[in-house]
Design a protein around this ligand. Structure first.
Ligand SMILES: Nc1ncnc2c1ncn2[C@@H]1O[C@H](COP(=O)(O)OP(=O)(O)OP(=O)(O)O)[C@@H](O)[C@H]1O
Ligand SMILES: [Mg+2]
Length: 270
């Protein structure tokens, strides 16, 4: 697998090194996420997927190398300029919780209340539209603790997209969800990409849905990345890719033994 020439990356990392504590987590990470496509970041626990998300969101700065978002190098940008770039990115962090002290509606409204100059009636209309989009129009007045895990995840997704970002980064949206909710979140993400043209970056352990939805896979291993199409990943003879696929396949088979379509379904992104 390799980087295809001629791709226009909306988000790209080039030769990024990062140490956390004693550990050299990233060792020259180079990868890109093409405009208008769904990219899925795969890799074992601790390989640095959430770290990658934090770098793109400007929450962590690289020790060296370049992080480019929407054409701008954010790795050494001032916080004030970073703030304006960050407004173009919707982020759903791993386990990214809603605030318990406010209703689902107010949680989704929060980014608009904090970052936009919209009047309250317009905010309410926008939030209602997003809640409909994620199938939660009935529960806006409930508190997060009154919702199921899958509903919480959908509400958090509504919050991540409420400002109409052109790039959306979603860290582990499927973990801990049952197969029906996995499908639901997956369909929502694909819809966001196909209908609104959002550049989507999703990290996941969930191999079946990753292969279904991804236009492009970025596989992280040893602090670097191997990128290509899902088909190329499945056909890769890199022993680290093969070992990961085998391990995840076993996991998928255990999790979804009853499902016949769990693995592998490549290229069926629609
Ligand atoms: N604040 C920190 N201080 C020290 N080490 C950290 C810190 N944040 C992350 N790390 C280390 O960096 C490495 C990468 O962590 P990261 O959370 O990015 O992995 P991940 O691929 O997202 O894992 P998972 O699949 O379990 O979510 C891990 O070894 C982790 O222990
Ligand atoms: Mg993580």
């Amino acid at each position: 697998m390799s980087t295809e020439p001629g791709q226009e990356f909306r988000v790209a990392l080039d030769g990024v090194y990062l140490k956390r504590g004693d550990r050299q987590v990233l060792r020259g990470l180079t990868c890109g996420f093409p405009r208008g496509q769904i990219s899925v970041v795969l890799g074992g626990s601790g390989c640095g997927k959430s770290t990658l998300m934090r770098l793109v969101g400007g929450l962590t700065r690289p020790d060296s190398g370049v992080v480019r978002v929407a054409g701008e190098d954010i790795s050494r940008m001032s916080n004030r300029r970073l703030f304006s770039v960050r407004e173009r990115i919707g982020m759903l962090f791993q386990g990214g919780a809603l605030l318990d002290s406010m209703t689902v509606f107010d949680n989704v409204a929060l980014p608009l209340r904090e970052h936009s100059k919209l009047a309250e009636p317009d905010i309410r209309a926008e939030v209602s539209r997003r809640l409909v989009a994620v199938g939660l129009e009935q529960v806006g007045e409930l508190y997060p603790r009154e919702l199921s895990g899958g509903m919480n995840r959908r509400a958090a997704l509504a919050r991540a997209i409420v400002t109409d970002p052109e790039i959306v980064m979603v860290d582990e949206p499927f973990s801990g969800l049952d197969p029906i909710n996995v499908r639901r979140i997956e369909a929502l993400l694909v819809e966001l990409n196909r209908r609104l043209g959002i550049t989507l970056v999703v990290t996941s352990h969930h191999l079946a849905s990753s292969l279904r939805m991804a236009d492009r896979i970025v596989f992280m291993v040893d602090g670097r990345a191997i990128s290509g199409t899902p088909e190329a990943l499945l056909q890769s003879d890199d022993e680290r890719v093969v070992a990961f696929l085998e391990a995840e396949k076993d996991q998928s088979t255990e999790d979804y033994a009853a499902r016949t379509d769990a693995f592998p379904v490549a290229g069926g992104a629609a």
